[in-house]
Unconditional design. Structure first.
Length: 635
């Protein structure tokens, strides 16, 4: 009768153990230096070589030429402990799952008192050591702590945390790990050559995936496929049908339909999944793994192809095209939906219903958002939250004054978000006509600097980019309130910044890096950021500019009233004075004093959202007296 594949190829030396070099190399060095401990603890997932390594260590210790790191293979001890050997009387393997009590520990202590019959050491291998009860461990504790010189213990377990701490602290702990897929694939290729069995391309990655990194589980799956193969060898279709994985063609059709937003083709794939007897949850799991591969290709490019391991060239080429069409942002959103659906499909009574709902959600997430005005050179930029909103003009020829400045003193707002209030027109001095404002047509008449498709894509999805950028509040404020997309060309995004003082902040530095990251996460595009000075909005969307020679009135500091109940009346206006002629070195509007012939609070317009509009005409002292009920004492 043919023995199992994992038994026929069980390693006999540490050099044959696959994927556990972090364990075998230190053990071999300890054997060469004759610094072997009296107790070892081997832990790790099933099928990774814990018990096999324990037997190899026993061979190394009891070899006639040992202790040695390479058993001779010819002495009686090596032959008895080799692959297919009958076992040695001085090496005792105990199944701790059935010998886990205090009585079993007492029996082991009695057997340990006797010297080995033939070999150098009497070695006890306790498999599944986590099944020993705390009472059994406590009964064994004294023997493990101070064993006779001829006794060695090796504990093997999948759950080392269940071994009591007093035992763990007296052992050398070596954790075994799952074998990486490339190492396991190469190992199974050598076994297929040794067995003279032809395996089709793409079968071994399926076997590795089914084994989950466990050498024994992977060899069991491969043994099953070999047993069912004919003269043509192990074919891909037979492996797919036996292991229950989804055919790569079906996954390609699903991803292509998702990238194209084709609902008919996507639901055709669902019908094929159900008609061919595939499990819907397995299909969703395979689809999630395919999306993961596509995201790796999107994010890492050629390095991502190397990270995916061995894969047929034609399949890798198809997946690279799918990754380009799907994009990083869309692929990430689709993977989130598929992952959530996979979680909810556990124990579902109607898996097909969940699968169809998942397809509908995937298609709905790809639907275009409601059309919104794309940010462009002709779109007005919203003012920063800290700047007061400009008042709507009553007519183009007579702009309305701005809201009253704060009582704490005038401050210079941003250049593009504040229009100084003009002085009232005087018959004695004629102000020059306001400068003509550029129309929206003139703002958009300039041709694009190239890359119209990329520019339109970034403009259309700019709100999504700003949504991603909200995690960096300062950058979001600067970009959303002051910047707009101009062109995308040669991998560079050019932003028009309304405020020239902010160009240097957005042209390089951390704000540009944050925007680059938001673009990469949302659109999957790696762009450089360049900022140039540009208009914030067309002139037709802003209040009309005032005359150049008419400075804005400024509220002077109110003289202190004599009492809170009798505020001082404003002084009568002085004689009219002509407006100063405009000059290049004239001070800014907020530094120009109000005309002497004008009352300080006339012609002021109160913003509609002012919570206390009725108090706008009061001085600071009057507001304090009214709101706080106090009396202002004149100094």
């Amino acid at each position: 009768m043919t023995t199992a594949l994992y038994r026929r190829y069980r390693p006999d030396t540490f050099a044959d153990v696959v994927g556990q070099e972090h364990v075998t190399v230190p053990l071999m060095q300890a054997l060469r230096a004759d610094r072997v401990n009296h107790a070892y603890l081997f832990s790790g997932p099933r099928g990774c070589g814990k018990t096999t390594s324990a037997r190899i260590l026993a061979r190394c210790l009891n070899c006639a030429e040992g202790p040695t790191d390479t058993p001779c293979g010819t002495c009686p001890s090596c032959i008895e402990l080799a692959r297919g050997g009958a076992g040695s009387v001085d090496v005792v393997e105990i199944d701790a799952a059935s010998h886990n009590g205090v009585d079993d520990a007492r029996e082991l202590r009695e057997r340990a008192a006797f010297a080995p019959a033939r070999d150098r050491y009497k070695i006890f291998i306790l498999d599944e050591a986590h099944m020993v009860t705390p009472q059994g461990f406590n009964a064994l504790l004294k023997l493990v702590e101070e064993p006779p010189p001829h006794i060695r213990f090796i504990f093997a377990t999948t759950e080392p945390e269940k071994v009591i701490g007093t035992i763990r602290s007296r052992t050398h702990h070596y954790p075994f790990r799952l074998v990486p897929p490339p190492v396991l694939t190469e190992y199974m290729e050598s076994l297929c050559e040794a067995e003279d069995v032809e395996v089709a391309s793409g079968v071994l990655p399926l076997v590795v995936r089914a084994g989950g990194g466990s050498v024994r589980d992977s060899l069991s799956v491969l043994d099953q496929l070999m047993a069912g193969s004919d003269d043509s060898g192990v074919t891909y279709d037979r492996a797919i049908a036996l292991l229950g994985f989804t055919d790569a063609t079906m996954l390609d059709d699903a991803v292509d339909a998702l990238a194209a937003g084709d609902g008919g083709s996507l639901f055709d794939v669902v019908e094929r999944v159900m008609s061919t007897g595939h499990e819907p949850r397995r299909f969703v799991e395979d689809l999630l793994e395919r999306l993961r591969d596509l995201l790796v290709l999107c994010a890492a490019g050629e390095a991502g192809a190397r990270a995916l391991g061995s894969m047929p060239d034609d399949q890798l080429e198809r997946m690279s095209g799918q990754a380009r069409r799907l994009g990083l942002a869309r692929g990430s959103a689709a993977a989130d939906l598929v992952n959530d659906a996979l979680t909810h499909m556990v124990g579902a009574t109607s898996p097909r219903l969940h699968l169809e709902l998942l397809c509908a959600r995937l298609l709905a997430s790809e639907a275009p958002a409601p059309s919104a005005p794309a940010p462009s050179a002709a779109a007005p930029a919203s003012p920063p939250p800290s700047a007061p909103a400009p008042a709507a003009p009553a007519a183009a020829a007579a702009p309305a004054p701005s809201a009253a400045p704060a009582a704490s003193g005038p401050q210079a707002p941003a250049d593009d978000d504040w229009t100084p209030a003009p002085a009232p027109a005087r018959p004695a001095a004629s102000a020059p006509a306001p400068a003509p404002a550029s129309s929206p047509e003139s703002a958009t008449a300039a041709p694009s600097a190239g890359g119209p498709a990329e520019t339109e894509l970034v403009r259309r999805r700019w709100p999504e980019v700003l949504g991603t950028l909200e995690r960096w509040r300062v950058t979001w404020t600067l970009v959303s309130q002051n910047a707009q997309v101009q062109t995308v060309q040669d991998g560079t995004l050019t932003l028009g910044v309304s405020n020239p003082n902010l160009v240097a902040m957005l042209d390089g530095g951390k704000h540009a890096e944050n925007l680059q990251l938001a673009l990469r996460e949302t659109l999957g595009m790696q762009l450089k950021i360049t900022a140039v000075a540009g208009p914030a909005a067309p002139a037709s969307a802003r209040p009309a500019a005032p005359a150049a020679a008419a400075p804005a009135p400024q509220r002077p500091a109110s003289p202190p009233p004599s009492s809170a109940s009798a505020p001082s009346a404003p002084q009568p206006p002085a004689a009219a004075a002509p407006a100063p002629a405009p000059s290049s070195d004239a001070p800014p509007p907020w530094d120009v004093p109000p005309p002497d012939d004008e009352p300080p609070y006339d012609h002021e317009e109160i913003s509609e959202d002012d919570a206390r509009a009725e108090d706008a005409g009061l001085s600071a002292a009057e507001i304090l007296a009214k709101e706080l009920g106090g009396v202002v004492i004149e100094d």
